[in-house]
Design a protein around this ligand. Structure first.
Ligand code: 5GP
Length: 190
């Protein structure tokens, strides 16, 4: 998605050789008109699929998924919870995810009420790095007996192993922008 590449070049900030910060439109401040364009593009990529629900992970996936939902006929958006909460149902699907950015493993949960057998689920998220978050969400979908239609990612870091991992599990992956490298402060797209 050319618009996203331009936005990354204009507004993205690089940390080290492997972290791209997009706080000013995706991860902290949200550019709603821009998120809407990404939502349209996700719909375009998955237009031939029947989607019953969008699944994402808190916090950064929520905005992307919510706006994208409007292009998928306002299907419900479910976000897996990372943060411990007393309000969460006791009956949950749970999995463990290793966080690339935080360098630690955490537990991810979804109430059994909100993922059901036979539902067609589209997973959306902001970044794909090593693919752990996406595989964790697939595990929740599998536990529910639902069908994972595919994974849609805003920004894929193509120099990490996420794509390989997802494709090795037969998952359809659609990324709106793929970074080949971000070395020495220079961003190269695939
Ligand atoms: P993975 O699970 O694919 O290894 O990492 C994906 C998750 O880590 C995303 O949900 C995102 O929150 C975070 N992440 C990984 N790499 C980056 C990055 O370069 N920039 C930002 N902002 N988040 C990242």
């Amino acid at each position: 998605m050319e618009l996203l590449q331009e936005k990354i070049l204009k507004d993205g900030r690089i940390e080290g050789n492997d972290i791209l910060k997009v706080d000013n439109f995706l991860n902290h401040q949200l550019d709603i008109a821009f998120l809407n364009e990404m939502g349209k593009e996700f719909k375009n990529r998955f237009k031939d699929e029947k989607i019953d629900k969008i699944l994402t992970i808190e916090a950064s996936g929520i905005a992307i998924a919510s706006i994208a939902s409007q292009h998928f006929g306002n299907v419900p958006v479910v976000f897996a919870k990372k943060v411990e909460s007393k309000n969460l149902d006791k009956e949950v699907y749970e999995t463990k995810v290793y966080s690339f950015t935080k360098g630690k493993e955490y537990s991810v949960k979804v109430s059994k009420r909100y993922l059901n057998e036979g539902e067609n689920i589209l997973v959306l998220d902001d970044f794909l790095a090593n693919g752990r978050a996406a595989i964790g969400l697939k595990d929740l979908v599998d536990q529910a007996g639902a069908n994972l239609v595919g994974v849609g990612i805003a920004i894929e870091k193509g120099f990490q192993e996420g794509r390989e991992l997802l494709l090795s599990k037969g998952i359809r992956l659609e990324s709106l922008a793929i970074l080949d490298s971000i070395e020495n402060g220079v961003i190269k797209f695939r």
